[in-house]
Design a protein around this ligand. Sequence first.
Ligand code: ADP
Ligand code: MG
Length: 706
Amino acid sequence: MTEKEYCNVADYFGENVFNDSVMQARLPKKVYKKLHEVMEEGRELDLETADVVAHEMKEWAIEKGATHYTHWFQPLTGVTAEKHDAFITAPMENGKVLLSFSGKELIKGESDASSFPSGGLRATFEARGYTAWDCTSPAFVRQDAAGATLCIPTAFCSYTGEALDQKTPLLRSMEAINEQALRLLRLFGNTTSKRVTPSVGPEQEYFLVDREKYLQRKDLIFTGRTLFGAMPPKGQEMDDHYFGSIRERIAAYMRDVNVELWKLGVSAKTQHNEAAPAQHELAPIYAPANIAVDHNQLIMETLKKVAGRHGLHCLLHEKPFAGVNGSGKHDNWSITTDDGINLLDPGKTPHDNIQFLLVLTCILKAVDIHADLLREAAADVGNDHRLGANEAPPAIISVFLGEQLEDVLTQLISTGSATHSLKGQKLETGVKAIPDFMMDAADRNRTSPFAFTGNKFEFRMVGAMDSVAQPNVVLNTIVAEAFKEACDELEASSNFDLAVHDLIKKYATEHQRIVFNGDGYSEEWVKEAERRGLPNMRTMVDAIPALNTPKAVALFEKFGVFTKSELDSRVEIEYELYSKEINIEAKAMIDIATKQIIPAVIRYTTVLAKSINEVRAACGADVSVQTDMLMEVSTLLADTKKALVKLEEVTKVAATVPQGREQAVYYRDEVTSAMEALRAPVDKLEMLVDKSMWPMPSYGDLIFEV
Ligand code: ADP
Ligand code: MG
């Protein structure tokens, strides 16, 4: 691509997407209209229409070089899955083949459900599973080394209709919030909005390391994070990487990533260096929740794929390096109508925006009641190293509102009505050439897990590797429930103005404990949260039970988002996932310690011993330095061996513990602590052993020399 072509983004943005304008141009008017009705009203697509759409889609894809198509879906493995089929049909008598793609193939696929996690929903012999086209998320052609493939975003269900993926519950939750939000809008006299959609903008953090060095680190290869590694002399204490100028190699990479994403219609918008060295961020422009979830998967895939081309490797793990900031994914969330009203927009004077105050207090109520579910939605194995562990946000859910809204809330609670809103101050720069400007009415709080940021909430707990589907399923459903309860009451009341006023005050008062504007990283907050009775679930294993409490089952069943058996199955899957991942980490540690680290340290002790003997024999000089070092290294080597034996023992025992919760608890309590105990002496050894003899690149090599 030439510089000029690159700059004309409008020319190639979305060129690989079967989007609305392509459909309008290529589909017969009647078919286009029918498809739109299906998309907008969620009706069933008839086979006749599907046939026409499929045919055009195939023709278009072939023009883009596609030979295959795939139903692209998101099983509960955390990554996307696909099975490719060529467009060819059985050879004809003359030996030639036709290229075809039918409506049936477009809307429904069959997949072996037994090979994906199902948490007991599917026995291996009940293998049938279906993928069904989510026509609200457009099909696209993906080009890579394997050629081009037409990808059709789908939902994945079992033969009996249970959701086996991230997408199905997400679509169900979007329906739930749509219905309840419309009810609420009607109560406020809105008769024009037809649909309410949650909008989502996920900011993606990631690390880039040199690929050659990555290949020398078995821990990164097997687990995505370093299991050993001493801190370099310089960490991130200088804060010189955050928003720092982007180095050329990285800039070239980002440019390629952007082009790939833009062609796929992903509106990659913001890119910058993050807090830690070698850490970066990419944020797209927000989109309807289901599209945003698909796009986030494409972003993660693209970040990884393009890295290879630049001799880099992209790490999406939540904590690739101990002692250095980890990576998260900020889930920005708001609710918008089809005619452009953002229900989370407070306007200039929030105190007299009754609709906004009701929406806001409903959200406070939802988050307070279901804090455990929201916390669970952000739980994954890697995130345990962030939330409430070595870095924040804490594992405690609280809501940051900012000064202006908190003041309005205080007025409401104390006097029953709010009469004024704090205004933003004028920011005087003291520089003539820079005009003074009005500041926002509220500052930001980076330590809050759930922060109001002007016209949206930002859920900051999600892990970098995790799908954003589940957090949004939870947000949509808990807010739908709060809206429903409010509407039930308001619709039944004879005096709407009075009733809504009372309701806002009631919610604000009853749920004020969830609001916290202070420093979420502090120890005092942990104590204060405990006093307030807010849950503090430090690990994934602590959080999992939230998924199928009677409260959660009632919530999700009420809105048809999950059945009890779907929730039970997800609980099983999560425990299994936890145990499996920790088991892989433990085994990788054992392998690396046994085959790489201990042999290297032994070699080094031999060098020291030789030096002691030879120097002494040569001239009788002082060998106390070598001797001290040999003693120190040998002691640490013995500690390492002891810790290794212990880790081997507990890992063996773990395999015999009954699967499910019991096994996950064992892995968390026994195995992870044995892993830490092994890491400690090894990291000390790394600081002592001759660098040329250490068997893998150091933290310094990995994060400062990209
Ligand atoms: P930051 O919060 O880091 O200052 P931005 O305000 O630019 O950054 O927003 C970050 C993300 O939030 C982007 O993906 C952006 O598209 C998304 N976003 C902005 N407004 C909304 C909204 N109303 N609803 C959902 N997401 C939004
Ligand atoms: Mg942000």
